[in-house]
Every structure is written in C-alpha cells, then in structure tokens.
Design a protein around this ligand. Structure first.
Ligand SMILES: *[C@@H]1O[C@H](CO)[C@@H](O)[C@H](O)[C@H]1NC(C)=O
Ligand SMILES: *[C@@H]1O[C@H](CO)[C@@H](O)[C@H](O)[C@H]1NC(C)=O
Ligand SMILES: *[C@@H]1O[C@H](CO)[C@@H](O)[C@H](O)[C@H]1NC(C)=O
Length: 487
C-alpha cells in the first residue's frame, strides 16, 4: 500500500485525518519500496491537498447544518460552532460544495454514521517500532491468520474514533505484534518472546505516561490473536499452566480464542474477534468464481492425520479430523483433501457445506472464509464461543455438529439439504455477515474493527476519562434540571 493510495482514500475523511497522518510515524514505516518516491510526491502536493481539505471541511460543516444534524458529541468540531440554520447559507454551501467537487455526499454520510454509533475515543500508543512495525518486513506478518493484531492497529490509526489527546481517551490501544516471529526452520510463529515483549511494552507505556498507572491497565486494550489467546502458548496444557501474564490480567484482551466455560486463558476482560482473512483475497476469490455454481456438497482441506500422534497426552483435533477422514474420504459427496493448496478459497466458493473442525484450538480461519465466501460453516468444536455472537446470528447461518456426532455428518447434512438449506443460505448470504468478519484498512460501518469498537463502547464503565466538557449550555442546563428532578 503506497502512501499515495492512503492519501487518496483519506481524502474522503476530512481535515482531521490529514492532521493525524502527518503525525503518524507508522505510516512511514509500513511501506519500504514505494516509500521515498511517494514521500516526495506527498510533500509536493501536501499544500494543494491541505487547501482542498480546508475547503471540504468548511463545506461539510455547512452541509451538516443543512441536514439539520443533531450535535453528536462535544468533540465533533461542528458542534462547537453550530448555532445558525439560516436557509440561505445552506443554499450557498450546497453550491460551493457542488462546484468544488472535492467530495461525494455518500462518504460524508458514512463518516457521520461511524461517529454517531461509536461514542468512544481510543488513544493509540506510539510505541518504538521494535514492538510492532519492524515485524512487517516479513510480508507474512500482515496476512496470516493471526494478523488481526496488525489489521486492528492500522484500522485504528485511520479511524475517526482515534484521538491524539490521551486525556480525552476512553481506551488505550497498545500495539504489540507478537505473532510475527516465524521460526525459520519450520515456519510456525514462535511465541516464546511474547511475554517479555509485552512486559517491556507495558514498562515503556507506564513510564512514559500516567495512564497505565492511573487504571492499572484496566482501560488498556491488547490483541492476542493466536491459539490460546492471552495465555500466549499454542499448546493448551502449557498455556493453562503458564496462565495469563500477571501484568495483563486487568486489561482488555481481544482474542480469537473463546469457549463457553471457565477457562484459565479467558479469565480476563475479553472480546472474541474473528481470525484475520485478507479482504482482498476474499473479493478476488468471489470475483473469480466462474459460474457461481456450488458443485461440491461438503468440503474440507487441511490436516487430517491417519494416525494422530499422541504428544504427551495431546492428540491433534481430539482425533476428530482423523475420524472425518476415515469415515468420509471415500464418500462421493465429501470433497476432502489433506494436501496444502493455496487456491483453496476457489474450492470454498464452489461448496455448499464447509467443515470447520477444531485443530489444536477450537477456532479456525475456515469459519471466516466459509461465511465470507457463502459456504455454510459446519462447526465441529464443542463449546466454542464464536466471534461477535451478540451481533452475528450464528445459529441461523451455520450448523453445529457435536464432536461425538461426527460420524453422522453425512446424515445430518443430507437432512439439512432436504429441509432448510435455502433458508440457511439466504440468511448466510446477507452481506452484513461477511462484513462483520473482515478487517478493512479503513473502518467501514459494521466491519470487524467496527464490531469490536462497538463491543468496547459497551465497556465504557472502564473508562477513566474526565467527564466530557459540554460546550453547549442548553444541554448542560437540561442535565442539571434532570438532577434536580431526581433528588
Ligand atoms: C524452530 O523449529 C525447529 C524445527 O521444528 C525446532 O526444533 C525449534 O525448537 C524451533 N524453534 C523455536 C524457537 O520454536
Ligand atoms: C508508574 O508506576 C511505576 C511502578 O510503580 C513507576 O516506575 C513509574 O514511574 C510510574 N509512572 C509514572 C508515569 O509515574
Ligand atoms: C436447519 O435444520 C437443522 C437440523 O434439522 C437445525 O439444527 C437448524 O437449526 C436449522 N437451521 C435453521 C436456520 O433453520
């Protein structure tokens, strides 16, 4: 992603964002190759853009009045000045707006919607690059299944909920990338460094600003996007033994791991987020879906061991994947593959049912890919807590098969195909489901970052922010009146 590209998109987002981008150090670290050239380009046009933005800001302000919007929060710049709703000024502003042609009304609406529904402010710590962007030199870092730690950080930097003033923040995002330390010999992310890296980041944060000490980290947010989340180990027994690091126990953890029973790795304020799947890859797979036909009945590609090894009492997938292979690999309705194939999304697009059995942990990126590509997820992972389950109606868009019933899969799927298949597909194909599971670089209303911010906004009791200053005297008086009535 070149800087120019970012700039072009941010044009939709007004003056405030431009200011942010000038200050944003990560922004320059994210791209290396295009870096220099686009930087000069950026410098050259900076002032031209700045003037355009100022003009846009003025016009959008006037249009806000024109639309008779209610002031949303004391922070929004429009409320500070908004008093007059003089019709003649609206006419002028509309003309000005149409002539200047710097902006389309649509994005003004969507920007307003975002701040309207998300009544919170997030401060993003500017940590030394060794904690985050240094890892991006490995391209895998921002694209693999654990990459929500990168995606959320980027989206927040670009977001309207971000504040550069920590004193007005409800939450503090601590951007540490722990899942990008790939072992050169086996390619797996190695997590051994995660605890010391996080500890050192917290030390940095608590020494350089008063906010960590103020709340003991309660209003601080971290991402733990690998198998056992806040326990930072890929093997459940060791993860449980190690537990959640004491320095994180009071904070809010965004994690892919979640189960519906007490588990030592979720004994912390947490939000279950979807694993990362690249939205670009999804859109490209959908675009290349040749005829839209779903000619595969039941699909699974992935590790299915013939003889699962017993490593210190650990059996991969609790043996479930082995059962699936043994029972159904010769069944014509099942398209089961054990080999790795990078083009597997083209198979999901062709499938009616996509099996999502547990691996080491219950969650799997297949869940996101299935939903995003319109294949009904068949969840085989007992007691899994699914992402954003208060908003996505999982029972209407997926099937859950108990682990003990895995041998009956064919019967269960046949039954659904004969009864309520079209109902489930119709529910599943509602675009809001896909949107809620994908992290975009710029937050879109209802997308995965938006959903987690929405969940965070229900935790505002943890915010230590000073009561908001009300510039509007009428509102203040109303509040005081209310207090009088109550007493
Ligand atoms: C890296 O992978 C090799 C080979 O699988 C393994 O022996 C080694 O312990 C791994 N290193 C780390 C730090 O996990
Ligand atoms: C926060 O507390 C730690 C440990 O008590 C201390 O070392 C640090 O200086 C404090 N931070 C600030 C900003 O006062
Ligand atoms: C479809 O049918 C299956 C089994 O008959 C049932 O478990 C599931 O809840 C139904 N789903 C919907 C959305 O009706």
């Amino acid at each position: 992603m070149s800087e120019f590209n970012k700039l072009r998109i941010s044009k939709n987002r007004g003056f405030y964002n431009v200011k942010m981008m000038n200050r944003d150090p990560h922004h320059h670290q994210n791209s290396n190759n295009n870096h220099k050239r686009s930087y000069y380009f950026y410098r050259y046009f900076k002032w031209v853009l700045w003037i355009s933005f100022s003009l846009y800001f003025l016009t959008s302000f006037l249009i806000t009045i024109n639309n008779n919007m209610k002031p949303i929060s004391s922070l929004s710049k429009t409320t500070i000045i908004s008093t007059s709703t003089n019709p003649s000024s609206s006419v002028i502003s509309r003309a000005l707006f149409e002539d200047s042609s710097v902006q389309k009304p649509k994005s003004i609406t969507s920007k307003t919607t975002e701040s309207e529904i998300l009544p919170l402010k997030v401060y993003v710590y500017d940590l030394p690059s060794k904690y985050n962007t240094d890892w991006l030199t490995n391209k895998r870092c921002s694209n693999h299944l654990f990459a929500s730690e990168v995606a959320i950080h980027k989206a927040l930097l670009n977001s309207d909920v971000r504040t550069l003033n920590p004193f007005e923040a409800d939450f503090f995002f601590v951007p540490v990338y722990v899942s990008c330390n790939f072992n050169t010999s086996n390619g797996f992310p190695s997590l051994g460094h995660a605890r010391p890296l996080l500890k050192s980041a917290i030390q940095f944060v608590s020494e350089s600003a008063p906010f960590w000490n103020r709340s003991h980290g309660e209003d601080h947010v971290f991402v733990a996007s690998h198998d056992y989340g806040a326990c930072f180990h890929p093997m459940e027994d060791i993860a449980i033994e190690d537990g959640i690091p004491s320095f994180l126990k009071k904070s809010i953890i965004l994690q892919t791991f979640g189960v519906r029973f007490r588990h030592p790795c979720q004994e912390v304020e947490n939000i279950v987020i979807p694993p990362y799947v690249s939205p670009h890859k999804i859109h490209s797979s959908l675009k290349h879906a040749t005829n839209g036909k779903r000619d595969i009945f039941a699909f699974f590609r992935g590790k299915m061991e013939l003889h699962p090894k017993n490593i210190n009492g650990r059996i991969y997938s609790k043996g479930i994947r082995t059962k699936i292979w043994k029972k159904f690999s010769r069944n014509r309705k099942f398209y089961l593959k054990r080999r790795r194939y990078d083009g597997y999304q083209s198979e999901i697009v062709r499938s009616v049912f996509c099996l999502c059995p547990l691996g080491w942990a219950p969650w799997s990126p297949r869940l996101v890919e299935s939903v995003a590509l319109g294949c009904i997820p068949v969840i085989i992972a007992d007691n899994i807590r699914l992402p954003y389950s208060d908003k996505i109606q999982w029972s209407k868009i997926s099937l859950t098969v108990p682990e003990k019933d895995v041998n009956k899969l064919a019967t269960i799927l046949d039954h659904v195909a004969a009864t309520n298949l079209t109902t489930i597909q119709k529910n599943l194909w509602d675009p809001s489901n896909q949107r809620a599971l994908l992290f975009n670089e710029f937050i879109e209303t209802g997308d995965a970052t938006w959903q987690l911010l929405d969940s965070l906004s229900k935790m505002l009791h943890l915010s230590r922010r000073e009561p908001r200053h009300q510039p509007n005297h009428v509102v203040t008086r109303e509040i005081e009146g209310g207090r009088v009535e109550n007493s």
